[in-house]
Design a protein around this ligand. Structure first.
Ligand code: LMR
Length: 364
């Protein structure tokens, strides 16, 4: 039997978590042979509902659920965590853009980045879900000077899955037959869900759909899907967000399938001419716990314009939160190939802690 891993979750009594925690405990996030310890974090007023959720988790008698702890201080909840899911944040209401949440949510992510830096496992993998997710991931990562920026990611798998699901429904294909979708940029209404390299049952997707529909309706629909759900339900997406979180983490930990890739919000290394240092969604392949940006894709003028538009928005968001971004972490975020600090403890022989960072060439 493997040793249990520690998973810290914020917003643990919220609706995304309610769709998520039971599936993590069933083995759907890390693997079906991996015991887990759930470190559930909430604000003090939500501790009583959280206790109810913990009781229900216990009542499911999940064989892989090693133990549960509950915390109303982030610093306590994140101790030793191998995986941190930052879900808790103020959600947007009808008629709002996600970027309008910056002032409410951003400062929280600076404090969380500092605490992860201090208390989490050195090889921690962090997923930011609370909106605006890309910029919150940037803030958390920039406030974690002893970790690699590559250990922080933002959730755009929800957009990737939406692209796949809606395209499947439109064409009559099974979602499993659809591959090589790329979602570029911000998890916002400027994101670019790109079918330029996608295939349906191995044939180019764009040859199988009407180009006008793709350009004028489909892209807009994906960009606005979160808002449409809020309009319809009165609350933001929960079950589909949980599904996307499981998919994102599972693939990051266990690898992406052959012949396919996924979309993840990650720190830009300048690939495809995107400004270094912002958290931008790229097509990536994962292998043995690391991700690599898919290189060499041909980018049309149509695609380039959209990729730039969403990049511009992220640069503006970065300006808005500039005072939360310490200067001393700017260089590590703009020059990723120099250092990969994650994993250093793995190579420590226990006698001499290596002074120098592992040299790596674009392997994140
Ligand atoms: C979503 O995309 O459903 C979530 O990010 C919630 C939102 O505000 O849209």
């Amino acid at each position: 039997m493997k040793r249990p891993v520690r998973i810290a979750v914020t917003g643990a009594a919220g609706s995304i978590s309610h769709s998520l925690l039971f599936r993590i405990a069933a083995g759907e996030m890390v693997g079906r042979d991996q015991p887990v310890i759930l470190q559930l974090i909430e604000v003090p007023r939500a501790m009583e509902p959280l206790r109810g959720i913990a009781m229900e988790l216990e009542d499911c008698a999940f064989p892989l659920l090693h133990s549960i702890s509950m915390h109303d201080r982030f610093e306590d909840g994140v101790v030793g965590a191998h995986y941190v899911l930052l879900i808790g944040a103020r959600p947007r209401g009808p008629g709002m853009e996600r970027s309008e949440l910056i002032t409410a949510n951003a400062p929280v992510f600076a404090g969380q980045g500092r605490a992860i830096n201090e208390f989490a496992n050195r090889d921690v993998k962090v997923l930011v879900v609370g909106n605006p997710a890309n910029t919150n991931a940037l803030i958390a990562s920039r406030n974690a000077p002893d970790l690699s920026p590559a250990q922080f990611t933002a959730l755009t798998r929800l957009d990737h899955n939406r692209t796949r699901g809606i395209l499947a429904n439109h064409t009559g294909a099974n979602p499993r037959g659809i591959r090589r979708i790329s979602v570029w940029g911000n998890h916002s209404s400027t994101q670019f869900p790109d079918l330029g390299h996608a295939t349906i049952y191995g044939e180019p997707a764009l040859a199988q759909v009407d180009e006008h529909w793709y350009r004028e309706q489909f892209i807009r629909k994906i960009q606005r899907r979160g808002a449409a759900i809020i309009e319809a339900r009165g609350h933001s997406s929960a079950a589909s967000a949980a599904q996307a979180i499981l998919n994102h983490m599972y693939d990051w930990i266990n690898g992406t399938p052959e012949n396919d890739w996924v979309s993840m919000g990650i720190v830009s290394d300048g690939s495809y001419g995107i400004e270094k240092g912002i958290f931008y969604s790229f097509p990536v392949r994962c292998d043995y716990g690391r991700y690599q940006i898919v290189q060499g894709l041909e980018i049309s003028d149509f695609a380039r314009d959209r990729m730039r538009e969403t990049e511009r928005e992220l640069l503006e968001e970065m300006q808005t939160v500039a005072e939360l971004l310490p200067e001393d972490t700017e260089a590590s975020h703009r020059n990723l190939s120099v250092c990969l600090r994650s994993g250093i403890t793995l190579y420590d022989d226990g006698i001499s802690l290596p002074e120098q960072y592992l040299q790596t060439d674009r392997v994140l």
